[in-house]
Design a protein around this ligand. Structure first.
Ligand code: IPE
Ligand code: IPE
Ligand code: MG
Ligand code: MG
Ligand code: MG
Length: 290
């Protein structure tokens, strides 16, 4: 299978699902909430986390299209995290995915509530997915652990609290692993669960995701310096008070670190038979400009 064709199929599947299935309740009066949820959810983005769900499902022998509810769940949590991340009380950003941030359009109260509703809806997606109970319960456990107080939300708190003080390298790795790596891990593991994969496959998916998540966030920190706002769809130069990998190591060493962590991730892929798509994706992310 050609890489671009496969990526396009994954994108098409998640975009259609999100557009058709989500937040169109014509009879409900809270239309502004639905509009705000759809505004951010359908604003594009790379859809990497759904792609991780789909491709881990495929690599484990599952029918990847059947994992679309899990893919949507992770993307909803990711989108909610971005809406909240951009709020004035957090990173205070005006642009996201090439559009005004949610609170700039709908106001802070609706933006907070749209995030809350997306987070809640993610768990509905899993509860209602067409998988055996055990699979859905495991998926809820993984997603809750990765997104919650010890995962993504915990990482966001540490990220905020560490502003204006110098963190050690280990602390920065811990913050970034939680705020970004954890949800990537949830995506990869949910893909395995959707295919009823083995404990060994879950372990390998976690290992892959932990390293890839670090590589991904180091590159995100680099893009705050070397990126182009138009291409990225968000402002650059906004991380000056943060403990980023760039501040710790400088750009050049960051480039090496992205490659090193990606290599570790690639090693974890070896146990999956048909891993060429994921290998190519991980390699492409090393030099991504958006
Ligand atoms: C941005 O994530 C936030 C981070 C976790 C670094 P992405 O770079 O995946 O954003 P989208 O989904 O493509 O907009
Ligand atoms: C955001 O990290 C991570 C989450 C949303 C959980 P950043 O604050 O670095 O993401 P960007 O740069 O705004 O996309
Ligand atoms: Mg942030
Ligand atoms: Mg931010
Ligand atoms: Mg960033």
């Amino acid at each position: 299978m050609n890489y671009n064709v496969q990526y396009a199929q994954y994108l098409d599947c998640i975009e259609k699902y999100l557009d058709e299935a989500c937040f169109r309740y014509d009879t409900e009066p809270q239309q502004e909430l639905f509009e705000s949820m759809r505004y951010s959810l359908l604003a594009g983005g790379k859809r990497l986390r759904p792609v991780f769900v789909f491709d881990f499902c495929r690599m484990c022998g599952g029918d990847w299209k059947e994992s679309v509810a899990f893919a949507a769940a992770v993307e909803m949590i990711h989108t909610y995290s971005l809406i909240h991340d951009d709020l004035p009380c957090m990173d205070n950003d005006d642009y996201r995915r090439g559009k005004l941030t949610n609170h700039k359009v709908y106001g802070e109260a609706i933006a907070v509530l749209a995030g809350d509703a997306l987070l809640t809806a993610a768990f509905s997606q899993i509860a209602e997915a067409n998988f055996p109970d055990k699979c859905r319960i495991n998926a809820v456990k993984v997603l809750a652990a990765c997104a919650g107080e010890c995962g993504m939300v915990g990482g966001q708190v540490l990220d905020m609290q560490s502003e204006q003080r110098q963190c050690s390298a280990q602390e920065v790795i811990d913050i970034q692993s939680r705020k970004t790596g954890a949800l990537i891990e949830a995506a990869c593991v949910l893909g395995v669960l959707a295919a009823n994969g083995t404990p060994e496959q879950i372990e390998a998916a976690s290992k892959f995701a932990k390293s890839l998540g670090l590589a991904f966030q180091i590159r995100d920190d680099m893009l705050d310096v070397i990126g182009n706002e138009e291409e990225l769809g968000k402002a650059i130069g906004v991380d000056s008070l943060k403990n980023t990998f760039v501040q710790l190591y400088g750009l050049e060493q960051c480039e090496n670190l992205v490659q090193e962590h990606t290599n570790t991730a690639l090693n974890a892929l070896e146990s999956f038979d048909d891993h060429l798509f994921m290998k190519q994706l991980a390699e492409n992310l090393v030099k991504r400009m958006k």
